[in-house]
Design a protein around this ligand. Structure first.
Ligand code: FAD
Length: 391
């Protein structure tokens, strides 16, 4: 039997494999990955300093265990270079392999800033466990507390800032927006997060960007576009991720911001599917498409694609699911309104006890998103019920 091939051993690739095995115990699965195939939960990476976790402690299952659990052959440290969708083969650093069906789960890559300075090359980013190991090692070699500068006050930048401050380090957070989490959260919640991070002694340097990073003895100097400069030990860039389209583009699949998939996860080529951070999902209700670089859509997609691979074509359920911002000093939950609602809609804010709740209403007065902080499961569930009822 020709195998089903899965490219990638992130949460997307491994979840498809696990879900498929629940449905079919026999069909051969071949998983090909550029990394070492250990299983870890990526969201843990931005919450691991305060818990004093080494990279190895975050790997919950070895590649051998994953091979056993998924009944798959797993090729590690092997890069897929291209796909021949007519011949149904993938070409890799370890040779060519034929597939019956193929799943692309190649994730996303950090966006690199164009920084000046003789130490711009020392700027780190953390998008996988190997990056986390390097980052942790650098900080471990410094006297405590280390001075850490984070570029980007989006979800990942704010999480790392709060986590590192929680571990006792001196953190500066730089972002061109006037508030943290400005692209995701309504103003009232961004303000609450600003207050919480400031109370954590995080130095917020907002409304400007980093222009250059230079060597300064054993440390570094960051110079901002507004002319300010300051000393730091480590610079971490968290300015965003971009879907990794290299394999898809080499195979001439249709791509936009991500690999375009239909409502069942299928790409423009027959028998080729994609999901996770590399994919651009299509919404059944209006045909619009978006990248959704979060766990919940990836899990839904994995369940649906596994059924489709097993011969039962299944639509991905993209019902709203909150993104949790794991900033312990001000934990948020957010369901963003659909982008086409955003220009004409409005946020309305309610204070309930210690928590701030913001609901997004469309021009037709229909609730289409919310944000809440400090959040808990009860608040999340009641707001999700409002969305399901009225949205
Ligand atoms: P990845 O985990 O990036 O996996 C990609 C895989 O593809 C890797 O195994 C890689 O080696 C392999 N690969 C790539 N190219 C090739 C190739 N050419 N050949 C072979 N193999 C290849 N989301 C949430 O919903 N909640 C959170 O709290 C949250 N926190 C986060 C915190 C951090 C620090 C980060 C970075 C992300 C966070 N996210 C969170 C996002 C979430 O973790 C991702 O959406 C998800 O893990 C993506 O999984 P993936 O499998 O698509 O990609």
């Amino acid at each position: 039997m020709t195998p089903i091939i899965i490219i990638g051993t992130g949460l997307a690739g491994y979840t498809v494999a696990r879900e498929f095995r629940k449905l079919d115990k026999i069909h051969p699965l071949l998983i090909i990955t550029a990394d070492d195939g250990g299983f870890y939960s990526k969201p843990m990476l931005s919450n691991a300093f305060a818990q004093n976790k080494q990279a190895a402690q975050l790997v919950t299952q070895s590649v051998e265990k994953m091979a056993e659990q998924t009944g798959a052959t797993i090729l590690t440290k092997t890069t897929v270079n291209t796909i021949d969708t007519a011949a149904k083969t993938v070409s890799t650093s370890a040779g060519n392999f034929s597939y019956e069906k193929l799943v692309i789960a190649t994730g996303a890559k950090p966006i690199r800033l164009n920084l000046e300075g003789d130490a711009a090359g020392k700027v780190l980013s953390v998008n996988d466990i190997a990056d986390y190991a390097v980052f942790r090692e650098q900080i471990a070699m410094l006297p405590h507390p280390a001075r850490v500068t984070i570029l980007g006050a989006g979800l990942i930048g704010c999480e790392f800032a709060d986590d590192l401050a929680g571990a006792g380090h001196e953190v500066s957070l730089v972002d061109p927006n006037p508030m943290p989490l400005a692209a995701l959260a309504p103003a009232a919640l961004s303000l609450g997060l600003h207050t919480a991070l400031t109370e954590r002694n995080i130095k917020l340097k907002l409304g400007t960007t980093a222009a250059s990073v230079d060597a300064n003895g054993a440390g570094l100097t960051v110079t901002l576009a507004n002319g300010d400069s300051f000393a730091t030990d480590v610079v971490l860039s968290a300015v965003g991720l971009r879907p990794d389209l290299r394999v898809a583009q080499a195979a001439q699949l249709v791509t936009d911001r991500g690999i375009l998939i239909d409502t069942t996860g299928k790409t423009s080529a027959a028998d080729v599917y994609a999901l996770g951070d590399c994919a651009q999902y299509t919404f059944a209700e209006d045909g619009s498409s978006r990248i959704l670089p979060y766990i919940a859509p990836l899990m839904s997609a994995a369940r649906a694609i596994a059924k489709t691979l097993n011969g039962q074509p299944t639509e991905i359920d993209l019902k709203p699911s909150p993104v949790i911002v794991k900033t312990p000093s001000y934990p948020l939950a957010l369901v963003s309104p659909a982008p086409h609602h955003a220009p004409a809609g409005r946020w309305e804010v309610e204070q309930r006890g210690a928590s701030t709740i913001a609901r997004f209403y469309t021009a037709e007065d229909v609730i289409s998103g919310f944000a809440v902080a400090p959040q808990d499961a009860g608040l999340r569930q009641s707001l999700l019920a409002e969305l399901a009822e009225k949205g």
